[in-house]
Design a protein around this ligand. Structure first.
Ligand code: AMP
Length: 608
């Protein structure tokens, strides 16, 4: 009773409410049902903590761009469960190996415990959230033990169902199947009564990338406030994306009479926020990457003619002597923290500006491309480090072709074609921007972006490293990963070493339940890393799961002679990796052009 009055006074929310709703959500995949449950949950939630609930729904505790990560290792979680329930680590590991889900294991173990303990204080959403937050902020010596204490103290007071979800959030394995879109539908229905208002909510989300912040405004101030939502510095804008086209002819069909062609540089996209001398850099996935590029922070302050602004650019490594663009993978060196200083001096870069989204309190998103480009040209002082992406106005196939040749000759991937009158559509893929890459032009196939799911220890020079990796595609329908090939070529000593460092932190005790593969592996990984792969052919395969049964019953697709191109696609989330559907398309295309298939990629990466 005491607890209930305390909850009431403080307007707190019991965590059991959330857990029950999460449990219901896990049981359905229907979007309408999910939306209904969400609406009910949002209506029950005290307004103040709406953002917390919105973050937890996505399995995060702050918007992604803030980089607040829980990153709890399974081993630590197992120790915490053991401490809390007084059972041996072995017993917990055994249960986990049987079921494959540590959340469920925690729940099972707590069920055993409730028979022996009697005191139980209810936990609240606020308490869970605060504890998660504290855990995320802990670092350095002794932090592991403290984290474990925090977790086990939560588990001491949790019911089995609550424990299941606390664990899933901690481990990053919560999969409620609620996409951001569904959350926005539910926000619109719960707080404005009209699903159509989602559009305004989405606009606000697209310019802030913070659904928690947006949800609080909708819940407390209503849709009119959301309509006034503005870009704010250091809150990244979701990037505009381009459609693919295959040829110059396609371009002419899809574009107006006159349009802009820009070099499509092969580097890393960056969104630069500058306010006086404070500069923050966001990647295409909107992660804060400022620490990897101290040289950008230093140089860009001088080259941007503006006090306050948001810009987009492509970071490209260069050969300082010749000024030539170098391959994208040279940027990998920047990801090694302890060697950063060396990387900055040995692997110089240029920053190539292609858009301006905001400056001196003016939102530029609704300006036409042609106007934004004019502003950009005024604001960027070009020097050896900062440049404008080369642009030309074009109107026919010949002009495109010429410019494309120039672009390829200077080491670029192709062209971006942009409609002069089009605004910047944050967070949207569409035909206002078209990408024309040389590979598509000749219909010779494409590279694939595949997810590392498993590994095999190497021999000889590769002893102690992962000599071969098991890779998979993403399957958006079921939100899981299908194995498609093993790759053991294309690695340099350096890249093997680097991959080992990255992957050894992602090893799991048991195959992640989202990985669908009949293959055995020496180790399984948390599916988080995307690699670019080329191959000679796509074949039907009885052992891989990508596209299973699509062409022939009992067969999936496999890549023949796959090879790592050297590109770790840091900027891609696993959900952006190649899908089963894309492999199917490539498979069909290759049968049509069987002689020509893949030739360009094979030459480019010297396979044969
Ligand atoms: P893709 O990754 O193949 O979908 O191509 C889109 C990417 O091309 C963007 O995310 C940018 O990183 C990159 N890019 C290179 N040059 C440009 C440009 N001139 N305009 C827009 N994006 C560009």
């Amino acid at each position: 009773f005491k607890f209930i009055t305390w909850v009431y006074k403080k307007n707190l929310m019991e965590f059991s409410i959330i857990s029950e709703m999460f449990e219901k959500m896990e049981k359905t995949t229907k979007r309408i049902e999910l939306t209904d449950i969400l609406v009910e949950l949002l209506k029950k939630t005290p307004k103040k903590i709406i953002p917390i609930v919105v973050y937890l729904l996505q399995g995060i505790i702050r918007p992604n761009f803030e980089g607040v990560e829980l990153g709890i290792a399974e081993k630590l979680a197992i120790r915490a469960i053991s401490k809390s329930v007084g059972l041996s680590i072995k017993k917990i590991e055994d249960d986990y190996k049987k079921g494959g889900d540590l959340g469920i294991t925690a729940s099972n173990m707590l069920k055993l415990k409730t028979q022996t303990t009697f005191t139980e204080q209810k936990i609240t959403v606020e308490r869970v959230y605060e504890t998660l937050f504290k855990i995320a902020k802990l670092e350095g010596k002794g932090s592991q033990d403290l984290k474990m204490k925090y977790i086990s103290s939560l588990l001491n007071d949790a019911t089995p169902l609550e424990a299941k979800f606390v664990l899933k959030i901690l481990l990053g394995t919560l999969r409620l199947g609620v996409a951001e879109n569904t959350v926005m539908d539910a926000l619109a229905i719960a707080f404005t009564g009209k699903k159509e208002n989602k559009m305004q909510i989405e606009n606000a989300y697209n310019v802030s990338s913070d659904l928690g912040k947006v949800s609080l405004i909708v819940a407390t101030d209503g849709i009119d406030e959301i309509k006034k939502f503005k870009i704010s510095m250091f809150s990244p804008i979701r990037p505009m994306l381009a459609d693919r086209i295959q040829s110059e002819e396609d371009a002419i069909k899809k574009m107006p009479e006159l349009f802009a062609a820009e070099y499509k540089l092969d580097g890393e996209r960056v969104q630069i926020h500058k306010l006086a001398n404070k500069i923050i850099l966001f990647s295409r996935r909107l992660e804060n990457i400022t620490e990897y590029y101290p040289d950008i922070v230093e140089n860009v302050e001088k080259s941007l003619n503006v006090d306050e602004g948001v810009f987009e650019a492509e970071i490209v490594p260069i050969n300082e002597n010749s000024g030539e663009f170098l391959p994208f993978q040279e940027l990998m060196h920047r990801r090694r923290k302890y060697k950063l200083e060396k990387a900055v001096s040995e692997y110089p870069i240029t920053v190539n500006f292609f858009d301006v989204l905001y400056f001196d309190k003016k939102d530029c998103l609704n300006l036409k491309y042609s106007e934004r480009r004019k502003i950009l040209e005024k604001l960027v002082n070009e020097d050896n480090f900062s440049k404008l992406v080369p642009m030309l106005l074009v109107k026919n196939e010949n002009e495109i072709e010429d410019f494309l040749e120039n672009s390829i000759n200077s080491g670029c991937e192709g062209l971006m074609l942009k409609i002069l009158d089009a605004p910047y559509r944050a967070g949207a893929r569409g035909s206002n921007w078209l990408k024309l890459k040389r590979e598509y032009r000749n219909e010779l196939g494409d590279s694939l972006d595949l997810i590392v799911i498993g590994g095999y220890f190497g021999r000889g020079r590769r002893t102690g490293l992962y000599g071969t990796l098991l890779l998979g595609t993403y399957n958006p329908e079921n939100d899981n990963f299908h194995s498609v090939c093993k790759v053991g070529t294309g690695f340099t000593d350096e890249s093997l070493d680097q991959l080992y460092q990255i992957l050894s932190n992602k090893v799991t005790l048991k195959k992640n339940s989202r990985i669908v593969s009949e293959m055995e592996a020496d180790v399984w990984f948390e599916p988080e890393l995307v690699l670019e792969i080329v191959a000679s052919e796509i074949t039907l395969s009885p052992i891989h799961n990508t596209g299973l049964n699509l062409i022939r019953k009992g067969s999936g697709f496999a890549l023949r002679f796959p090879k790592f191109t050297g590109k770790i696609r840091y900027e891609k989330a696993v959900e952006d990796a190649s899908t089963d559907e894309e492999v199917l398309t490539l498979y069909k295309r290759q049968s049509k052009f069987s002689q020509m298939k893949w030739t360009f990629m094979l030459e480019k990466y010297d396979i044969n």
